[in-house]
Design a binder for this molecule. Structure first.
Ligand code: DGL
Length: 281
């Protein structure tokens, strides 16, 4: 069983693509809705909340967990991988969403940092939470692999709160138009939605951006990358029967209402510790 973690419902966009790419895998999702959003929390809080979420998934039997949250991946992943995982869950693995995105943006494999060639060039937008932007993780990793590519970072404060709070189409478009209107789009060819919540409102980003700006689809990129990883590490990809269970630290009823409105009306979140009787298989 593969675990998928996010601060809230955004990781469902990644989960959906993972299930399409890997229909025989069993998935367990944990949304930390009680503590969302993470985008304006301190690094210490994000590390500690991410450890708690990953622990919940690993204690339930997941040997591989995907951090389907750019904020957690940018701020906490390295700390967890270097200092925590091996002493708490030896042999288990945690992967993030940032590595495959950087590879997709730059056209350079992760292992080939430091200018073995010059990667992509041009100007692209990075739209993400305040914390992901402030971490500098995308900018640093892209610059190492594609120094001629200008990544234009834009924090989108309030958007995750609005999505999790079930805001309607007009307020969502108002926020998104506001972020985009502050940018110089001259020569921009693409935009990265660097927060897993943002594909839930991709249509609104599409409307706000010029037609010739393409949008990188993080769910598809991550799904391709995980399929590839499982081919190289088959021990983590033993086929199951395509089951799905969804856990939340928040109020399942409220979470179901918002998640269903965006994605799939069969989604059924439960509190951890409840029997896994989910209508979402
Ligand atoms: N989906 C998370 C991300 O990709 C949102 C983080 C938050 O809770 O602010 O960054």
């Amino acid at each position: 069983m593969i675990g998928v973690f996010d601060s809230g419902s955004g990781g469902l966009t990644i989960l959906k693509a993972l299930r399409e790419a890997l229909p025989n895998q069993d998935f367990l999702y944990y949304g930390d809705h009680a503590n969302a959003p993470y985008g304006h929390r301190s690094n210490e809080q994000i590390v500690s909340l991410t450890k708690a979420g990953v622990s919940a998934l690993m204690d339930a039997g997941c040997e591989l967990v995907i951090l389907a949250c750019n904020t957690a991946a940018a701020v906490a992943l390295r700390t967890l991988q270097q200092n925590w995982l091996e002493s708490h869950y030896p042999g288990n693995r945690i992967l993030g969403v940032l590595v495959p995105m950087v590879e997709a943006i730059t056209g350079v494999p992760w292992q080939q940092e430091r200018h073995t060639h010059l990667g992509q060039q041009g100007r692209i937008l990075l739209l993400a939470t305040q914390k992901t932007i402030a971490s500098g993780a995308y900018s640093e990793e892209v610059a190492k692999r594609a120094p001629r590519l200008e990544l234009i970072p834009k924090a989108c404060p309030g958007l995750v709160d609005a999505i999790e709070g079930g805001a309607g189409p007009n307020p969502l478009s108002g926020l998104i138009n506001g972020y985009i209107s502050e940018l110089d789009l001259n020569g921009v060819s693409a935009a990265v939605l660097g927060c897993t919540h943002f594909p839930l409102v991709e249509d609104r980003f599409r409307d706000a951006l010029p037609d010739d700006v393409t949008i990188f689809s993080q769910p598809d990129v991550v799904a391709r990358s995980l399929s590839d990883y499982l081919k190289r590490h088959p021990a983590f990809g033993a086929p199951g029967s395509g089951t799905l269970h969804l856990l939340t630290s928040g109020d399942p009823e409220a979470v179901n209402m918002v998640s269903r409105s965006f994605l799939d009306d069969r989604l059924n979140f439960e509190k951890p510790g409840h029997s896994h009787v989910s209508g979402s298989d």
